[in-house]
Design a protein around this ligand. Structure first.
Ligand code: ASP
Length: 443
């Protein structure tokens, strides 16, 4: 077996956590590649190193002395180094970094990436593994997209040379070799590319929770733990609000069918959630329930004689031009609806509406700004007659008005639009109804 494991910031918050990580990694010879995040919060009032590094850059940019903040970051790493007696010259590297910052030689991306860099330096020395810089492995184009072929080649080469190694997460390099960052939380994605490039058998993502739950524990008390989930189901759940993993984590793994397991660094014995293409025998009808508040639905009524496709294309093209992602487009004979997340419109809103009004053959545009979307996801709903009826009946029983419904032909995901005020209540009602319902109970 060849495993890639990734540890998030909370798993690396102090020397105690570093010890835990070491115990985990060294307890299994199959753990060949370790990807690390920057040092995270060690308590509620503490700050994440990545946040501090962004702040340091802002201080520097506006000529405010950033030395105390810089020293705060440096101290976090040196404390871990001293407490664990790790002998590498980190202090000198920090001093060189500060000098380069003072001399305006650092981009924001390079400075921010140093959180992961120093974590990896420390962890490699502590484990007795090689350190391989992500700058040599993860290749981005100038648009910040990973160049997959080159990246795979670089990772393959590294795997051939280094038996056991540590890689900093969250960054790689542009074609000019300057540092490029993934979006926030991106060390998860580094782990996926490492697993793909190394053709690993398993990607273990260690974090501070034991995987996924059927519903958000802030809304439902003690929700049922999900032991297995498919890539597709997880993508839907993550997209619609379940936030344990960065949403780009899945694609590189799904392409190669590399399973991913989410585990808790502090309780690895609890087991986690295994994510793979086709999970083995699962009996629950619904895998997960999630959702988000804050959507707006635009309803367009067109002239009866106008070509609907033509009007629809013009409307959608406008949303594209304004860089506003469209979430759903339910349609009927003379009208269609475009659902977007409110925060994606922000200051563009008035310009967008004035342009929409100029599109020919639209008789009226209506707006409903009070939409929450729920996603009810379950691979076992596929081809199971009656599943959607059962889901929708919960709303009738609870007297919750459904504003829109969207279910694709893949049948594993039903999207339901309700008003924001009914969000928590709907999740609880769906959970109570489906938490334990088995697929063979559905006639
Ligand atoms: N340190 C980065 C962040 O806080 C990346 C990561 O932890 O995955 O977003």
């Amino acid at each position: 077996m060849y495993k890639v494991c990734k540890f998030g910031g909370s798993s690396l918050a102090n020397s105690e956590q570093f010890k835990r990580v070491k115990d985990i990694v060294l307890s299994d010879d199959d753990r060949h590649i370790v990807v690390v995040s920057a040092v995270g919060k060690s308590n509620k009032t503490d700050n994440k190193v990545t946040d501090l590094l962004y702040l340091i850059y802002q201080h520097h940019k506006y000529h405010v002395d950033c030395t105390p903040l810089f020293n705060q970051v440096k101290k976090k790493y040196l404390d871990i180094q001293n407490e664990l007696d790790i002998s590498i010259d980190l202090e000198e590297e920090f001093d060189e970094l500060k000098e380069r910052l003072d001399n305006d030689e650092l981009t924001e991306e390079e400075l921010v990436s140093r959180g992961e860099y120093f974590s990896a330096k420390l962890m490699a020395a502590y484990l007795g593994f090689d350190f391989v810089d992500a700058k040599e492995l993860i290749n981005f184009d100038y648009e910040g997209k990973v160049v997959e072929e080159e990246t795979n080649e670089c990772i393959e080469k590294a795997v051939a040379v280094h038996d056991y190694f540590v890689v900093p997460g969250f960054y790689g390099s542009y074609p000019n070799y300057k540092i490029c960052l993934f979006s926030r939380g991106g060390s998860d994605v580094t782990g996926s590319y490492m697993a793909k490039g190394a053709q690993a058998d398993l990607y273990e993502n260690f974090t501070d929770v034991s995987g996924f739950y059927m519903a958000d524990p802030r809304i439902v008390d003690n929700p049922r733990h999900i032991s297995q989930i498919s890539f597709n189901e997880l993508r839907e759940l993550a997209y619609m609000g379940a936030s344990v993993l960065h949403e780009e984590t899945i694609l590189p793994l799904a392409e190669q069918d590399i399973p991913l397991v989410i585990l808790n660094t502090n309780h690895p014995e609890e087991g986690g959630t295994l994510i793979k293409k086709t999970p083995s025998a699962r009996r629950h009808l619904i895998t997960g329930i999630t959702g988000k508040k804050g959507f707006t639905a635009f309803t367009f009524v067109k002239d009866k004689s106008a070509d609907k496709l033509d009007v629809l294309l013009k409307v959608l093209a406008l949303f594209k031009d304004f860089h506003i992602p469209v979430e759903h487009v339910p349609t009927s004979i003379d009208s269609f609806c475009v659902v977007v997340e409110k925060k994606t419109m922000e200051e563009k809103y008035y310009d967008l509406v004035s342009e929409l009004k100029k599109i020919p053959n639209i008789i009226s545009i209506d707006e409903d700004e009070d939409i929450a979307l729920l996603a009810v996801v379950g691979g076992n709903m596929v081809k199971k007659t009656g599943s959607s009826g059962r889901v929708l009946s919960v709303f009738g029983e609870e007297h919750i008005n459904i504003k829109l419904i969207d279910q694709g032909l893949e049948e594993f995901n039903i999207i339901i639009g309700i008003s924001n005020a009914n969000f928590d209540r709907s999740i609880r009602a769906l959970y109570n109804r489906f938490a334990h319902e088995k697929v063979d109970e559905v006639k």
